[in-house]
Design a protein around this ligand. Structure first.
Ligand code: MRU
Length: 382
């Protein structure tokens, strides 16, 4: 998407054709800084420290992390060492494992330079596929926005969309998942206004979603995390649109902590709650997400402190809780399928059911059951 009129992606291959460029998202919204990943260790650090984050971008970065490992040493031992380190970087988003498995599959049976070339080719293809998937999510999801726009009483009244965390282009290679229908609507001249949950403790909404929507010219308002229910009660939200880090076979949705509370508020108020997901985010090996998906617990400092820019331009971190108070920092929660109105995928808008997911992605559902390699992801034609 565009930043100050220039089209950017979140990850790219540098001019040397080997090292990997990223936007350092820990510096946004106050500074725009890029970084280079030269080694698999750099990729691990980038994922762990959330320089890159968001399920699809984590998957793409992990894929390139294996490329960097193979470039230094194309042996199976080096591949497996890097796989283990990258896999352990963050536990919840299944795209990480998906990206690693895709590279492992692509290099299987190859050696030396051919192995390295195959890894880089698959990583580049993963990035292109991610963009194609998100564009397809945009094309399918925009129909929901168009339907709401058509029901608006006053012409030109914007469609009010609430989103949580950042499932925008910064969380993917481009376009985003939850934001793809929003950007598509904006492109088509449909008025939208986005309520952006700040998303404590890492503030992905306030820092990242607000930044990217603002840079692209999409009207939005940042709200404190607890505001959504109030807005829904007053008819100020037409639909909720979020992304996800892992969807189980029975369509439970694991996403950023606080998503579940938004789903409950939406359910109570009869507001449509949609989840945008690329198929690599579906984990057909998990049936009960509450019981089976590992929920990342992060450092207490993320809750105990706030970082921001002072009036004179310095970036400062300050403590916001008593010195000795214990902290719990759960990064994700699970929204049960019964609270989800629909799943916006690259193959259309589906009901949040096991049957709908398996019917839309039979090759992946079947491959997981049989333990066979997964087929490449292809968006559905319109
Ligand atoms: O902890 P993060 O910032 O990686 O969490 C990201 C989210 O929860 C996103 O909403 C999710 O990955 C979907 S991204 C398209």
């Amino acid at each position: 998407m565009k930043v100050d009129g220039k089209h950017l992606r979140t990850i790219w291959l540098e001019e040397d054709g080997r090292t990997v460029g990223i936007i350092d998202q820990t510096r946004l919204p106050h500074e725009f800084v890029t970084a280079r990943l030269d080694t698999p260790e750099h990729a691990v650090t980038a994922i762990r420290s959330m320089q890159v984050r968001g399920a699809p971008l984590i998957g793409a970065t992990a894929a390139y992390g294996l490329c960097l490992a193979l470039r230094a040493d194309a042996s199976d031992a080096a591949l497996e060492r890097a796989y283990a380190a990258l896999f352990a970087a963050r536990p919840t988003a299944i795209n990480l494992k998906w990206g690693l498995d895709e590279i492992r599959g692509a290099v299987d049976g190859l050696a030396g330079a051919a192995r390295v070339a195959a890894a880089y080719a698959r990583a580049a293809a993963i990035c292109e596929e991610d963009i194609a998937i998100n564009r397809a999510i945009g094309r399918h999801g925009v129909k929901l926005i168009e339907a709401v726009a058509a029901r608006k009483k006053k012409p030109g009244q914007p469609v009010e969309i609430l989103t949580h965390c950042n499932a925008g282009w910064l969380a993917t290679v481009d376009w985003g998942t939850a934001t793809a229908p929003i950007y598509t609507a904006h492109e088509r001249g449909i008025g939208v206004h986005v309520w952006v949950d700040e998303t404590r403790p890492r503030n992905q909404g306030a820092a990242l979603t607000a930044w990217e929507l603002g840079k692209h010219g999409v009207p939005h308002t940042v709200i404190a995390d607890n505001t959504g229910g109030h807005l829904m009660q007053r008819g100020r939200v037409d639909l909720v649109l979020v992304g996800t880090d892992r969807v189980s076979a029975n369509a439970d949705v694991c996403n950023k902590i606080g998503t579940y509370l938004k789903a409950l508020a939406a359910f109570d108020n009869g507001v449509a709650f949609y989840v945008a997901l690329p198929s690599p985010t579906i984990d057909f090996s998990v049936s009960d997400a509450v019981a089976e998906v590992p929920i990342e617990e992060r450092a207490p400092e993320e809750v105990a402190t706030m970082t921001g820019r002072t009036a004179d331009g310095r970036i400062e971190t300050v403590a916001i809780i008593p010195e000795n108070s214990p902290v719990a920092n759960y990064a994700f929660d699970v929204t049960p399928a019964r609270l989800v109105t629909g799943l916006i995928t690259e193959r259309g808008v589906l009901g949040a059911t096991r049957a709908a997911l398996a019917a839309a992605f039979p090759e992946r559902a079947g491959a997981t059951r049989a333990g066979a390699p997964r087929a490449p992801v292809r968006p559905a034609a319109e």
